[in-house]
Design a protein around this ligand. Structure first.
Ligand code: PAF
Length: 291
């Protein structure tokens, strides 16, 4: 596996592969890799000839009081995992990717207005800007993102379409711990009391899926069921619970008639966790969907 630290070298490497007629896949990450990331690498490998994993903890997507400093990092471990998974290039830009006096950002203000966009002002401006830059640096045919970051995924698809990036966006399903907690690099920063409560996010979403599979279509009833299953989240507290149109992320009426995204976020001490599911009335109401 090749480790590239320099942005110009990264662009040149990808240009050369493309000139050779190879399909380039990229998996953008902030490192501290887990099975969720590795599942995205496998998806990228299935769709391309060479795979780049980018590792960059992007400062512009963290707010001033967020966990940029505490974000877990372990470069040696990440290298070993990438090597074992058959990644061709680990791109870990040593000087970052921003000019010191950079002033240009990518901003979207409709899909990013709610959910994490409302709780973390400026977050998606940072995400879209860095993803656009990573696309320009790695020149991918295919890019793969995780479905845990549901709003991020929709925003990246929108940016790719609206800015005409010639990149196919693929997504990989949420990978969970044995107790259902969605895998996240941040999980390691949970204290014991928070870790014990954290699986409740998944349990509440499963409760909603069960009610929906049983025929429940009322937004209010589903919300009530989810809140009941979440219970007292101490030492955490609910940041948001939203049931929105799956694509436009806009309000749905009282009754679900088209696919919706059920998304929630919980703030634990020093760590904010998100999770989600989609409910689709076009699927058989009594079928248990594989997850
Ligand atoms: O999902 C992430 O890890 C990050 O938001 C991303 C897409 C790598 C951009 O920094």
């Amino acid at each position: 596996m090749k480790i590239i630290r320099d942005t110009h070298e990264m662009q040149a490497w990808s240009s050369d592969r493309r000139r050779e007629g190879l399909r380039v896949g990229v998996v953008p990450t902030m490192g501290y890799l887990h099975e969720g990331h590795l599942s995205l690498v496998r998806l990228a490998k299935a769709e391309s000839d060479v795979v780049i994993l980018t590792l960059f903890v992007n400062p512009t997507q963290f707010g001033p009081n967020e966990d940029l400093e505490r974000y877990p990092r372990d470069f040696e471990r990440d290298c070993a995992l990438c090597e074992a998974e058959g990644v061709d290039v680990l791109f870990a830009p040593s000087g970052g990717v921003y000019a010191e006096d950079h002033t240009v950002y990518v901003v979207e203000d409709v899909l990013s207005a709610r959910l994490c966009g409302a709780s973390r002002p400026g977050h998606f401006r940072g995400v879209l800007t860095v993803v656009a830059k990573l696309f320009n640096l790695t020149l991918p045919d295919v890019a793969v993102f995780g479905e845990k970051d549901a709003q991020q995924l929709r925003l990246i698809r929108r940016m790719t379409r609206d800015l005409n990036f010639p990149v196919k966006i693929l997504s990989g399903p949420i990978v969970r711990e044995a107790d259902g907690l969605a895998m996240s690099s941040r999980n390691r920063n949970l204290d014991a009391a928070s870790r014990a409560v954290a699986p409740r996010l998944n349990e509440a979403l499963r409760a909603a899926e069960k009610a929906f599979a049983g025929g429940e279509r009322g937004v209010q009833a589903l919300r009530t069921g989810i809140l009941k299953a979440l219970g007292d989240l101490a030492p955490g507290e609910l940041d948001y619970l939203e049931i929105l149109d799956d694509q436009s992320l806009s309000e749905v009426g009282e009754t679900i008639r088209s696919p919706v995204l059920v998304a929630l976020a919980v703030r634990f001490p020093g760590v904010r966790l998100i999770d989600n599911t989609t409910l689709n009335p076009e699927e058989s109401p009594h079928a248990n969907r594989p997850k």
